[in-house]
Design a protein around this ligand. Structure first.
Ligand SMILES: Cc1ncc(COP(=O)(O)O)c(C=O)c1O
Length: 343
């Protein structure tokens, strides 16, 4: 809880803890555009090792890391297959078209998990009438499908298909931490299903800023130039990287508790008259308003007036995300307030 408010809009609303702030203040830094900032270098090596990749590069945002991957894997006038509700398709401002000159080919799925069969059907036949498919994008966990985890066998099948067709796979793992914790597998296991992976330190791990793109060292060396072109080169970036290193040491463990609180929140919401909630795999709860008289904007603003923040995400739908600044007391307060508002 911050300032007496339970903020469940996103796991990006966290504030750096005193320990994280101390680590940032004490970070050893240098100009990362002129050479290598030593703390950023440590973080990049550590994340690459965690993800089982040769190298990684720090980016200011997940959007920029994802779009760098699209630019690196494709060429203008080609097509990338992605899930229909994915971040890369809906929430990156048509950057794939704008920056990479690439058309996205969105494919609808059950719970955010494209199957190899879906992907196979979307890959262009390679004749003279269609664009050429150059990339497959997967999102895990899947944000708009309520933080759903793409099962490992599904990830592996997509990778096998992509290899067979000589296509790279990019994994938008903004919340890969949650995916691995929920599936009980290592970060490297999930990452091994893709050529490049984006991870965000600013989601779930409590950092103020920061994402990384990991992959083969040659490609990540090229990613440096793409990042520069996109205006993402930063100077004493070790101050941000120090927050990331601190988070990896202290905040990965807490994810399971976030997932439990999300399940608790969903269960109780589902029991309230007028509400339905999907059982979450991780930390994102999708709440459906089932009564005609309930409007998502009105419910959200009534909650806000009583100190609870939840995000309206479409007609009759609210999203509540658990994170390290929401404890049991916060969930209790949210449930109590929600039942008053709905009543
Ligand atoms: C799945 C997913 N990918 C990428 C991003 C983009 O991250 P950023 O907000 O740092 O650009 C988000 C942000 O919410 C996300 O949920």
């Amino acid at each position: 809880m911050n300032d007496g408010i339970v903020d469940l809009r996103s796991d990006t609303v966290t504030r750096p803890s005193p320990g994280m702030r101390r680590a940032m203040a004490e970070a050893e830094v240098d100009d990362d555009v002129l050479g290598k900032d030593p703390t950023a270098d440590r973080l990049e090596r550590r994340v690459a090792a965690l993800l089982g990749k040769e190298a990684s590069l720090f980016f200011p945002s997940g959007t920029q890391a994802n779009q760098a991957a699209v630019i690196l894997h494709t060429r203008p006038g080609t097509e990338a297959v992605c899930e229909a509700e994915s971040h890369v398709f809906h929430y990156e401002y048509a950057d794939a078209a704008w920056l990479a000159g690439v058309q996205l080919h969105p494919v609808a799925s059950e719970r955010g998990a494209l199957t190899a069969r879906d992907v196979a059907a979307a890959i262009r036949p390679g004749d003279r009438h269609h664009p050429v498919t150059t990339l497959v994008c997967v999102e895990n966990t899947h944000n708009m499908h309520g933080g759903s985890v793409v099962p490992m066998p599904v990830m592996q099948a997509i990778q096998a298909l992509a290899r067979e067709r000589s296509l790279p796979v990019h994994l938008d793992g903004a919340r890969l931490w949650n995916a691995a914790a929920a599936a009980g597998v290592s970060l490297a296991d999930v990452s091994s299903c893709a050529d490049t992976v984006t991870v965000c330190l600013s989601k779930g791990l409590g950092c103020p800023i920061g994402s990384l793109l990991a992959g083969p060292s040659g490609l990540i060396a090229d990613a440096w130039s793409v990042r520069k072109r996109l205006g993402g080169g930063m100077r004493q970036v070790g101050i941000l990287a120090a927050a990331g290193l601190w988070a990896l040491d202290h905040n990965l463990e807490g994810l399971r508790a976030d997932h439990e609180r999300a399940r608790w929140l969903a269960r109780e919401c589902d029991d309230m008259e007028g509400l339905r909630a999907d059982v979450p795999d991780t930390n994102i709860v999708m709440i459906h308003l089932e009564r005609e008289d309930l409007d998502e904007e009105a419910v959200a603003s009534e909650l806000e007036a009583r100190g609870v923040r939840i995000l309206p995400v479409g007609p009759g739908r609210l999203r509540a995300v658990t994170h390290l600044d929401v404890d049991d007391q916060g969930i209790e307060h949210c449930l109590e307030t929600l039942s008053q508002v709905v009543a």
